[in-house]
Design a protein around this ligand. Sequence first.
Ligand SMILES: C[S@@+](CC[C@H](N)C(=O)[O-])C[C@H]1O[C@@H](n2cnc3c(N)ncnc32)[C@H](O)[C@@H]1O
Length: 156
Amino acid sequence: MRVHICAVGRLRSGPEAALIDDYTKRFDRTGRALGLGPLSVTQVEDKKGGGMEAEAALLERAIPGGSLICTMDERGAVLTSPEFADQLGRWRDAGRQDVTFLIGGADGLSPDLRARADFSLSFGKMVWPHMLARAMLSEQLYRAASILAKSPYHRV
Ligand SMILES: C[S@@+](CC[C@H](N)C(=O)[O-])C[C@H]1O[C@@H](n2cnc3c(N)ncnc32)[C@H](O)[C@@H]1O
């Protein structure tokens, strides 16, 4: 099952970009034997100031056809890391080819996009900057793969 992060905003370098790069490589390495990956990160940017709706149109275009859609949203479901790993495993076992995680910009994801989602995942009720949300998600994906692989990275 291919995993995609589609996110608003360009991140070219800096600590978050380095973390995302590192966790993407680790996820791909660990996930290969589990039928998970590769992980791709697509960044979209609306330079015309069209706001949430324009960003939603760009995100829509970046979602692979037939993909399961999971929005990242503080109002979504709060899962433990093992629960998130189980959820990924269930999507994979159900034969899903692609799962796409959507991360909004400063104004968040449009209501239409949120309504279209198959699942909505929260990192808690606090709002995080979108660049951090991206790095946190890539780490949780690697952690989930490690849990499914029964490797010792995740310790309770
Ligand atoms: C700065 S936040 C935007 C917050 C905005 N109030 C909203 O209505 O979504 C940018 C993006 O980061 C992600 N994000 C921020 N905090 C989050 C959280 N606690 N859980 C999941 N995703 C979060 C979401 O995808 C959000 O659209």
